[in-house]
Design a binder for this molecule. Structure first.
Ligand code: C2E
Ligand code: MG
Ligand code: MG
Ligand code: MG
Length: 279
């Protein structure tokens, strides 16, 4: 119930908290029916290679249009799904759907990959690697066309040994592993050698800011990643100016609205050729 005026900030604060808690609870409940109710769909955003402008992969981004609550962004519902462990079932649906869809895209190159985000909650479930292997077999997608993106926060986990183990099994299967949201955590640069990865994705917050501090982080990340033999992908590239600056720093690939927004299918933008030749 809405608090009457004149009772001070404490009550306003309390009621804000209550509203937030209720929202989380409603999302948690609505999520339980989302997979069965076909409320999820996937959006795909191209990752563009710096040296020739080719699309090498598409990142798979989950979209939810809830029957009860309307459209909800992943930044809001993924943390709730992670907390309630529903991400395990949802993540499996995403992987299967992404692999099946890749197979149905006749008009893209046979080497283009899909990059699927996976939560720590999923990786630590026993037999995660076997589940992934099963979906690849079921859908007929070769392991070397799948990329799994894990956030940098894996380095903060007590289960880092287990996580590193699972990632190395996946890597040995031929699946690429990319570190997402790179630069947002602590001391991960020095710990990159602890797990077998193929690339790091610089968090979009640095690309969007591009102030002196952001430049230091981006340049440092590129230097260290390249020393470890890893590719560097920059997210959140919205302008040609950002693209040019990142090119000068030696980034290997770009992702962002400048090239294409996430869409329901492969990128067939007629302006694509023009952008491609500017790379
Ligand atoms: P992420 O993995 O770092 O994905 C990149 C996010 O940046 C996406 O947000 C994408 O739409 C957005 N983006 C791409 N280009 C630009 C740009 O030029 N400018 C700006 N401002 N943003 C750009 P989205 O789709 O809202 O997803 C947010 C986060 O939700 C993802 O961040 C990822 O952590 C999580 N997520 C999305 N789908 C899944 C999923 O299937 N499973 C899991 N576990 N997490 C997911
Ligand atoms: Mg990602
Ligand atoms: Mg990211
Ligand atoms: Mg992110």
């Amino acid at each position: 119930e809405v608090k009457r005026e004149g009772r001070g900030n404490v009550h306003n604060y309390d009621s804000t908290l209550l509203v937030e808690q209720e929202r989380r609870l409603n999302i948690n409940q609505a999520l339980r029916r989302a997979v069965q109710g076909n409320e999820f769909y996937l959006a795909y955003q191209p990752v563009v290679r710096a040296k020739d402008g080719a699309i090498t992969s598409y990142e798979v981004l989950l979209r939810w249009s809830s029957a009860e609550l309307g459209a909800i962004t992943p930044d809001e519902f993924i943390p709730i799904a992670e907390e309630s462990a529903q991400i395990v079932e949802i993540g499996e649906w995403v992987l299967r759907e992404a692999c099946a869809t890749l197979n149905s895209w006749q008009d893209i190159s046979p080497t283009t990959k899909v990059a699927v985000n996976v939560s720590i909650r999923q990786i630590v479930v026993p037999n995660f690697a076997r589940m992934v292997e099963g979906i690849l077999r079921e859908t007929g997608v070769p392991a070397n066309r799948l990329i799994l993106e894990v956030t940098e926060s894996i380095f903060d986990q007590r289960q880092i040994i287990l996580i590193a183990d699972v990632l190395s099994v996946l890597h040995d299967m031929g699946i690429e592993v990319h570190i997402d949201d790179f630069g947002t955590g602590y001391s991960s640069l020095s710990r990159l050698h602890q797990i077998r990865v193929d690339a790091v994705k610089i968090d979009k917050s640095f690309v969007l800011k591009m102030d002196e501090n952001a430049r230091v982080v981006i340049e440092g990340a590129i230097l260290i990643a390249h020393r470890f033999g890893l590719n560097v992908i920059a997210e959140g590239v919205e302008t040609d100016q950002q693209r040019a600056e990142l090119a000068g720093m030696g980034v290997d690939a770009y992702q962002g609205y400048f090239f294409a927004r996430p869409a329901k299918g492969p990128c067939l933008d007629p302006h694509w050729q023009a952008k491609k030749s500017s790379v």
